[in-house]
Design a binder for this molecule. Structure first.
Ligand code: FAQ
Length: 318
C-alpha cells in the first residue's frame, strides 16, 4: 500500500518535470516503460548509424578523386562516432552494449530501413548524403528537445556533423547535375531510387505508429512521423528544382491552404517488407556486421586485459 502511494508520488513528480521541460537524467526515477521505450529507440538509432556505414563504406575504394575519398572517409568515420555516442547514451539506461549488439545481430532489434538499399553508383553516395542525412537531420533536430538528457545532448553534436554530411552529398549531386548528360542521368537515377526510401525513414503513418502516442506524451518524440516527413518533403522540393532534376513523385503539388506540398502515396508494403528483414541487403548487412564484430574480438579482449592491468597496478599502489 505504502509502496503504491510512493510509486504514484514518483510518477506524478516525473510527469510534472516532463511538463516543465526539465530533462530526465540517468539517476532520476523513471517509469520502467519510459526506460524500455528509450532503450529501444536509442539502441536502434545507434545500430542505424553503425549499419549505415556499409553502403558508403563500399565506395571508399571507388571514390573518383583523392579529395572525394578523404571527405567520404571522414563522413563514414563520423557515423561510427555517432553510433558510439548513442550506445553510450543507451548504456546510461542500465543495459550493456554487448546486449544491444546481440539484439541487433539476432534480428530482435531493428535499424533504419534505408540501409538495406544498395549503393550502386557514385550518384548514390551523393543521394545518401543529401537525402538520407537530410532526413536524419530533420528527425534529429527535433530530438534535440527529447526529454532524456543524455540523448538530447548527443543529438546536438550529431546534428552539427550531419549538416556537413548533408552538404557534401548535395555538392556531389550538384556536380553531377551540372556535368555531362551521362552524369545528369546518374544523378536523376540516384534521386529516383533514394527518394521514396528516404521518406520511409520517418516510420509508418501516425495512424499505424505503435509507439508514437506514448513517446509524444513523454516527450521522447517531439513531432510525429508524419509531421517530420512533411517537413522533409517541403524542404526537398526547392533543392530538387535547384539541381534541375525531375521530382520522383508525379503527384507533388503545392497546397496553399495547407501551406505544404501534397504528395503521392508511399509504398507501405515495401516498407514493411524491408523492416521485417526482406529488403535487398538485410541479410548481407547483418552478415557483414557479425563478421566485422568477430574479427574485432581481439581488440576488445586487449582493451579489457589492459584495463585489468591498470586496475591491478592502481590497487597495488594504494
Ligand atoms: N526503419 O511506432 P513506430 C541516420 C519500426 S540515422 C526501420 O513509428 P517509433 C544517420 C520501429 O522501430 C537514422 N524500422 O516507432 C546516417 C518500430 O519497431 P519495434 C536512424 C522502423 O520508434 C545517415 C515499428 O517500426 N534515425 O540515418 C522505421 O515511435 C547516413 C513501429 O514504428 C533514428 O533512429 C524505419 N525507417 O518511430 C548514418 C532516429 N520506422 O521497435 C549513416 C531516432 C519505424 O517496435 C549514413 N528514431 N520502424 O520493433 C526515431 O525517431 C523513431 O524511432 C522512428 C520510428 C521515427 C524511426
Amino acid at each position: 500500500m505504502q509502496g503504491d502511494a510512493n510509486d504514484r508520488e514518483l510518477e506524478h513528480s516525473f510527469l510534472r518535470r516532463i511538463g516543465e521541460e526539465q530533462k530526465i537524467e540517468p539517476k532520476d526515477w523513471m517509469p520502467e516503460a519510459y526506460r524500455q521505450s528509450l532503450l529501444r529507440q536509442i539502441s536502434q538509432h545507434a545500430h542505424s548509424e553503425v549499419i549505415g556505414m556499409q553502403p558508403e563504406g563500399n565506395y571508399l575504394t571507388r571514390a573518383p578523386s583523392l579529395r572525394r575519398k578523404a571527405v567520404l572517409l571522414a563522413k563514414v568515420q563520423d557515423e561510427a562516432g555517432h553510433g558510439l555516442y548513442l550506445y553510450s547514451a543507451a548504456e546510461t539506461l542500465g543495459t550493456p552494449r554487448s546486449e544491444m549488439i546481440a539484439a541487433l545481430q539476432s534480428g530482435a532489434a531493428k535499424y533504419a530501413s534505408i540501409f538495406n538499399y544498395p549503393a550502386q553508383t557514385w550518384g548514390d553516395v551523393g543521394a545518401i548524403g543529401w537525402l538520407v542525412d537530410g532526413a536524419a537531420i530533420v528527425n534529429q533536430v527535433s530530438l534535440q528537445r527529447t526529454s532524456y538528457g543524455p540523448y538530447a545532448r548527443g543529438m546536438v553534436r550529431i546534428c552539427k556533423e550531419e549538416s556537413f554530411h548533408q552538404r557534401q552529398g548535395y555538392e556531389i549531386m550538384l556536380m553531377l547535375a551540372q556535368g555531362s548528360a551521362a552524369q545528369r542521368r546518374m544523378a536523376q537515377d540516384s534521386l529516383n531510387r533514394f527518394y521514396w526510401p528516404a521518406l520511409m525513414m520517418f516510420g509508418p503513418t501516425d495512424s499505424a505508429s505503435a509507439h508514437s502516442a506514448r513517446a509524444m506524451q513523454w516527450k521522447i518524440k517531439r513531432e510525429t512521423n508524419d509531421e517530420l516527413r512533411q517537413k522533409f518533403i517541403d524542404q526537398t522540393v526547392p533543392q530538387i528544382e535547384f539541381l534541375g532534376l525531375q521530382h520522383p513523385d508525379p503527384e507533388i503539388c503545392w497546397n496553399a491552404e495547407r501551406n505544404h506540398y501534397d504528395h503521392g502515396e508511399i509504398d507501405w508494403d515495401e516498407f514493411y517488407a524491408v523492416i521485417n528483414g526482406n529488403g535487398h541487403c538485410n541479410r548481407q548487412r547483418l552478415a557483414h556486421h557479425i563478421r566485422a564484430h568477430r574479427a574485432g574480438a581481439w581488440v576488445r579482449d586487449a582493451v579489457a586485459a589492459h584495463q585489468q592491468k591498470l586496475a591491478q597496478r592502481t590497487a597495488a599502489a594504494t
